[in-house]
Each structure stands twice: as structure tokens, then as C-alpha cells.
Ligand binder design. Structure first.
Ligand code: SF4
Length: 372
């Protein structure tokens, strides 16, 4: 009875950009243009709060929420239920921005992937980073002017080639009083990733069609499967703890799958919450997803995958001409370095305690330097 759920409710059905890692760029949904009305959101929340406890409502899943001109009213509807809500945007549409920020959504995520147009436009196709930066400044001013309590954070999506610009964007975000976090670009949606990982013939086809994207993804998909299988006994939190509803009020299986026809469960208002959860659990797709273990690992890399990621990064920058070797040292410096290396490995020196060292101040200074 005390369990609480998060809801992801898409208040629009489209996005204004065509990012290559997002199914909105070429998905089957792209011809539809639906916008959720405040009255419908109110009916959804009236039913939902009568059936379960809600800890947070994301007013987005795959779509850009600012495409909906009623966004300030939609936030007000959530506020009237005393539930915190979050929005996420690529920050190209500033319509109603001051009213949105004045209505105090708990969290506002700005999605970026570069600091210069060359880098940004690779992952945010159709976007303009100078416009985003200008809008970030306007947003910071609006937040100040309206005394908004909204937490604004920049989400930097990393891929091979944009890691150096991350520092520039982080400093810019912090200078405006925004929080900063990093995620990774991935092969989306989950139905495509599962095909890529489990069907060798389809994989070759995807590799051919999406070479540009796959070449710059940080995620070591080849290594993923062997690690992911270890996690198949864990339950799926997307399945058990989250409800996803599209702009038509249809429940979708989970936030990681996209195809609105294949993964539609039922109209949210037509079935009870418990019946909806039962229907979700019966979906054939979850079985193969859990069987491969990617429901826990599909979007993050744990310690087992990190070496493969570092290798990819080092390889990429080496190919791009970055020299990771230290510059040659003059011979006196080489002697000092060798001596320090010897001292660092010497078991006898390692055994000297601070007390021993304090008896010989000159040695202490010397050893101290060696170990520094
Ligand atoms: S098992 Fe996979 S498809 Fe099913 S809800 Fe979890 S992440 Fe989504």
C-alpha cells in the first residue's frame, strides 16, 4: 500500500529536432500531432491518485513538451494535486517560458550535446547551440525575475567527439546557476537495441544504416551482452514502478520502447490501475528484454564495462591525432624520475612510518617529496 509510482506523461507527440539517436527522427509516430489538453490530464490524475500513490510526474517521454501551448496550465493541473513534476526540453521553443517557470515545476532539464555548433549539430540534428545558449541566459533571468523555485539542470549527452566541450558547457551552466549532469547517447529505442544485440543478420543491416551514429556511441554494445545476462534475475523497475502514458491517454509498456502501435497497452481511463499492471507484465517483449538482462543495464555502464569505454575513448582520440604520451624529459629529469619510481616501489621505504620519518627531518622532506 505504501509503494509509490512515477508517471511519464507525454503532453505532445512530436519533437522539433531530428536527433539521430532518438526514434522521433524517423519513427512511425512522426506523422501524428497530438497535444494533451489540461482537462484530460486532470481526468488522468484524478483516477491515478485514487488508485495509487504518485511520487513524481514527468511531463515528457519522447516528445518536446514546449510544442504544447497549454504547458503552463498542464503544470498547474499537476500542482493542484500537490505532486512534484518535471519537464525536459531542447530549449529551442520559448513560447510561454516565463509562465512555465513561474508555475514552479520541480525540475527543468535542458538537453544538450556540445558547446559549438559543429559538435552540437551531430547529436541534436536541426538544432542551433547559439540559440540554446541565448535561451539559457533568458531562462536564468526569468527564474530570477519570477523568484521561481524550479531546479534547472543541463543534461549533457556524451558521445565520442564531444567530451572536451563538456567542460565548456558545464562552466557555462554553472555560471547561470544551473546544475549539470552527464548521460550517454545510446542506440534507441529498446526494440531496436534488442534486435541489434540478438539478431546477427539484422545487426549488420543496422550497422550499415546507422554507421555514423554507431561509430560515435560510447556504449560498448559488443561487451554489453555478456555482462547484462548476470542481471536477468532482477525485477524491472520500469515495469513495476513506472507508468507511461502518451498524448492520446494510452498506456505504453515502458519509457524505453517507442512504437506506439506495438507497445500500446490500453486506454488509461478504461482499466483499473491493477489491471493495467497485469497487462503490462504479460507483454511478450519484456520476456526477451529480461532474458538478456538489458532491462537493468541497457542505459548505464557499470564497473565491468568501464575499461571497454575508456579504451574506445582513448582509441578515438589517438586516431584523431591526440598524443597521450608524456613529452621526452631531459636526462637530469629522467634520473630523478627513475629514482622516484624506485623509491615508490621499494618495500623498505614503504615500511617507514611517519614516526620514523619525523626522526630525520631531511629524510622526511625527501621521502615526502618522493611519495607525493
Ligand atoms: S522488461 Fe524491458 S521492455 Fe519490459 S518494461 Fe522493463 S525495460 Fe521495458
Amino acid at each position: 500500500m505504501n509503494k509509490s509510482y512515477t508517471f511519464s506523461i507525454d503532453v505532445a507527440s512530436r519533437c522539433n529536432l531530428k536527433c539521430p539517436s532518438c526514434p522521433q527522427a524517423n519513427g512511425r509516430n512522426s506523422t501524428r500531432n497530438e497535444l494533451m489538453q489540461p482537462e484530460l490530464l486532470d481526468s488522468i490524475l484524478k483516477k491515478a491518485t485514487g488508485e495509487c500513490k504518485i511520487s513524481f510526474i514527468y511531463l515528457y517521454d519522447w516528445a518536446e513538451p514546449f510544442l504544447n501551448p497549454e504547458l503552463p496550465e498542464l503544470i498547474n493541473v499537476v500542482n493542484s494535486y500537490d505532486i512534484p513534476c518535471g519537464i525536459s526540453s531542447n530549449l529551442h521553443i520559448m513560447r510561454n517560458m516565463e509562465r512555465v517557470i513561474a508555475n514552479n515545476p520541480a525540475n527543468f532539464v535542458i538537453s544538450t550535446s556540445g558547446f559549438t555548433q559543429y559538435t552540437y549539430s551531430k547529436m541534436h540534428k536541426g538544432g542551433n547551440i547559439e540559440k540554446v545558449k541565448q535561451n539559457m541566459q533568458l531562462l536564468a533571468e526569468m527564474k530570477k525575475r519570477t523568484n521561481s523555485r524550479t531546479r534547472i539542470e543541463v543534461n549533457y549527452i556524451r558521445y565520442l567527439g564531444n567530451l572536451d566541450e563538456l567542460v565548456l558547457m558545464r562552466d557555462f551552466a554553472i555560471s547561470l546557476g544551473f546544475a549539470f549532469r552527464q548521460t550517454i547517447a545510446a542506440l534507441f529505442p529498446l526494440e531496436k537495441l534488442l534486435v541489434y544485440l540478438s539478431d546477427p543478420i539484422a545487426r549488420e543491416e543496422i550497422k550499415k544504416n546507422e554507421k555514423e551514429l554507431l561509430d560515435i556511441l560510447l556504449f560498448p554494445y559488443e561487451e554489453l551482452l555478456s555482462v547484462a545476462r548476470l542481471f536477468k534475475r532482477f525485477p524491472c523497475s520500469f515495469l513495476e514502478d513506472q507508468i507511461v502514458i502518451n498524448a492520446r491517454c494510452e498506456v505504453q509498456l515502458c519509457p524505453l520502447v517507442y512504437d506506439p502501435f506495438r507497445f500500446r497497452i490500453v486506454d488509461f481511463l478504461s482499466e483499473s490501475f491493477d489491471a493495467i499492471q497485469q497487462l503490462k507484465r504479460k507483454h511478450e517483449f519484456c520476456k526477451s528484454c529480461i532474458d538478456k538482462g538489458i532491462h537493468t543495464l541497457g542505459l548505464r555502464f557499470g564497473p565491468d564495462l568501464k575499461p571497454a569505454v575508456y579504451k574506445r575513448v582513448a582509441q578515438y582520440y589517438t586516431n584523431a591525432g591526440v598524443n597521450f604520451r608524456k613529452p621526452a624529459l631531459s636526462w637530469p629529469n629522467q634520473v630523478v624520475r627513475l629514482f622516484k619510481e624506485y623509491a615508490r616501489r621499494s618495500a623498505a621505504l614503504q615500511k617507514l612510518s611517519e614516526k620514523d620519518l619525523s626522526k630525520f627531518p631531511p629524510l622526511s622532506r625527501f621521502i615526502g617529496n618522493i611519495f607525493s
